[in-house]
Design a protein around this ligand. Structure first.
Ligand SMILES: Nc1ncnc2c1ncn2[C@@H]1O[C@H](COP(=O)(O)OP(=O)(O)OP(=O)(O)O)[C@@H](O)[C@H]1O
Ligand SMILES: [Mg+2]
Length: 282
């Protein structure tokens, strides 16, 4: 099972929209997918048509109760291959009560055979919940809204991911990529900022870009991912492209790994391969 955290402590940069639609895009490609709503606001939960206030059990119960696992808190969605571990305001207690930063990771291990991909919608903070999310993940997608103040706070997030990767082996969490979101359609300013971000982050930035799209904003009120609500919309196509880019990155890494293994009798060649491997970061 691969686990992707959608994280940025900045509010309103498109984390939930990305979590919901990326999860739907993976499910549509027949990956058995689990979406974990790790935000007390319950926006991913609402995005699937559930009322957070009416839920009897949520991801909070799985985090604080030894006897409750992820399967006990997951619910079906309208998309066959996609399950949801919902949340509600109860989860705000976890930021204070939770002392274990690997509890989500441990609970997820128990469902690693059940799902191919888990997506975690993190809250807009770098507290215990986001740390749990990052430690449970193999990769992080960082949505960044394309405007002048978007870089604030990113250094802290990147450092946190690095510290986790270094200190908590075997957690090999790494940034999968920066996702440019809420991009204005065809304004000069938007193009300039995009260019600056690509210069700053280099090949960390996904080729896939998410433009402002009214269907993406409307879909949660219908309780459906945009992929279901407006399958032909531009926003939907862009999230499908993101899923494909991530999958292609995995395939490339697998190919390079296989090649490196085949060459394992020859030290020099392996060294060259590991350079290639660095290039294929995703
Ligand atoms: N590409 C888009 N086009 C139009 N509206 C969008 C787009 N992405 C997000 N939105 C809207 O912007 C708002 C913030 O998006 P979203 O909830 O995904 O951000 P978030 O990072 O999860 O916020 P929070 O930090 O509060 O959890 C929402 O109303 C959402 O519908
Ligand atoms: Mg959110």
């Amino acid at each position: 099972m691969r686990t992707i955290a959608i994280a940025n402590q900045k509010g309103g940069c498109g984390k939930t929209t990305t979590a919901v639609n990326l999860a739907a895009a993976f499910a549509e490609k027949n990956y058995r997918t689990l979406l974990i709503d790790l935000d007390q606001q319950g926006h991913s939960t609402i995005g699937f048509g559930y009322n957070p206030d009416e839920l009897k059990v949520t991801i909070y119960d799985a985090l604080v109760n030894d006897n409750i696992g992820i399967p006990e808190v997951t619910m079906n969605t309208k998309i066959e291959q996609l399950d949801l571990a919902p949340s509600n305001v109860m989860l705000s207690g976890a930021e204070i009560d939770l002392e274990n930063i690997v509890i989500l990771s441990e609970k997820l291990k128990m469902v690693s055979e059940k799902y191919d991909i888990t997506i975690i919608d993190c809250p807009p903070s770098l507290g215990m919940l986001t740390l749990n999310g990052l430690l449970a993940s193999t990769g992080v997608v960082v949505p960044v809204q394309v405007h002048y103040y978007a870089m604030e706070g990113l250094k802290q997030l990147f450092e946190t991911v690095n510290v986790i990767a270094e200190r908590f082996q075997p957690s090999h969490v790494r940034i999968l990529g920066v996702l440019l979101t809420l991009v204005e359609n065809n304004t000069l300013l938007s193009r300039q900022i995009q260019q600056q971000m690509r210069e700053f982050f280099g090949d960390m930035v996904f080729d896939a870009v998410i433009h402002k799209n009214v269907r993406l904003a409307e879909a949660p009120s219908a309780g459906e991912p945009a992929l279901f609500y407006a399958p032909g919309s531009k926003g939907t196509a862009e999230y499908r492209a993101l899923a494909e880019e991530i999958i292609n990155g995995w395939t490339l890494v697998e190919q390079v790994k296989t090649l490196a293994e085949e060459l394992s009798d020859d030290g020099t060649l392996i060294e060259q391969r590991s350079d290639d491997y660095d290039l294929v970061r995703r």
